[in-house]
Design a binder for this molecule. Structure first.
Ligand code: NAD
Length: 252
């Protein structure tokens, strides 16, 4: 499962979430990492220092991935920084919780711009880079159990993650001849900046815990382990599929 000699780009790693944990796990396994953040320059800089302390190279890049040109430029800049790009972890996403009857066209545009169009632009640019390099590559999409599981008040988020799932599957088909694998990691409830404020409410926490057979909220490290596996040589014969990291939430 060594990633020595590989270079990875992880998006959405400026917060205390799955992206940050993925950066550290990839670095522990030997990868150099380009750390993308929206605007959290200081936090991303601290993360880069942690990566360097592990003996790996790290670089921080800021970009608003709701802008396709910025997303594409991010991949180009990441390639230029270390001279190669072997692994893309598409992770940066946003969420809007609102009843379906109240959701607006602007809500839909905002969700799709980051969660689907941003993933598309980064993935296409990275795949083109990998094809040009003529080396096998790994693309990991951080999706959600909501790629298939319906949740009230999250119609737009669920739609974006369902779209990412199908995007990844078709990419897997078309990129297989180039030795590029494309897989999804689908987390359940993981405590991160995206939901920390909600999980602090005991009633909300109880409701979230109740349907989880393993009886705990997941950690970013739980998800990072699956990302690192899919990014490794060990996962070389796996493509177009999902690893569900949800403590059994979606079993029933
Ligand atoms: P997070 O809020 O820590 O991470 C999301 C990141 O995306 C943030 O760093 C944010 O700055 C970045 N981002 C948002 N809009 C952006 C934009 N326009 N341009 C660039 N970056 C932008 O939350 P997280 O839980 O670590 O989320 C990581 C991934 O995991 C997301 O794809 C999310 O949908 C998925 N996920 C999380 C959970 C959970 O319970 N935490 C469950 C299922 C799926």
């Amino acid at each position: 499962m060594s990633l020595a000699g590989r270079t990875a780009l992880v998006t959405g790693a400026g917060s205390r979430g799955i992206g940050r944990a993925a950066v550290l796990e990839l670095a522990r396994r030997g990868a150099d990492v380009v750390i993308h953040a929206l605007d959290q320059e200081a936090a991303a800089g601290e993360l880069a220092a942690e990566v360097r302390a592990l003996g790996r190279r790290a670089s921080v890049m800021l970009a608003d991935l709701s802008r396709p040109a910025a997303a594409r430029q991010l991949v180009t800049d990441a390639l230029a920084r270390f001279g190669r790009l072997d692994i893309l972890v598409n992770n940066a996403s946003t969420i809007i919780r609102r009843p379906f009857l109240e959701a607006t066209d602007d809500d839909l545009d905002r969700i799709l711009a980051v969660n689907l169009k941003g993933y598309f632009a980064c993935a296409q640019e990275a795949a083109r880079t990998m094809v040009r390099a003529g080396r096998p590559g790994r693309i990991v999409m951080v999706s959600s159990v909501n790629q298939t599981l319906a949740v009230p008040e999250q119609a737009l988020y669920c739609a974006s993650k369902g779209g990412v799932m199908q995007l990844a599957k078709v990419m897997a088909l078309e990129l297989a001849p180039y030795g590029i694998t494309v897989n999804l990691v689908a987390p359940g409830t993981i405590e991160t900046d995206i939901n920390r404020h909600l999980l602090a409410d005991p009633a909300f926490l109880r409701r979230r815990l109740e349907p989880i057979p393993l009886a705990r909220i997941g950690s970013p490290d739980d998800v990072a382990a699956a990302i690192a596996f899919l990014a490794s040589e060990a996962a070389g014969y796996i493509t177009g599929t999902s690893i569900i990291v949800d403590g059994g939430l979606s079993l029933p």
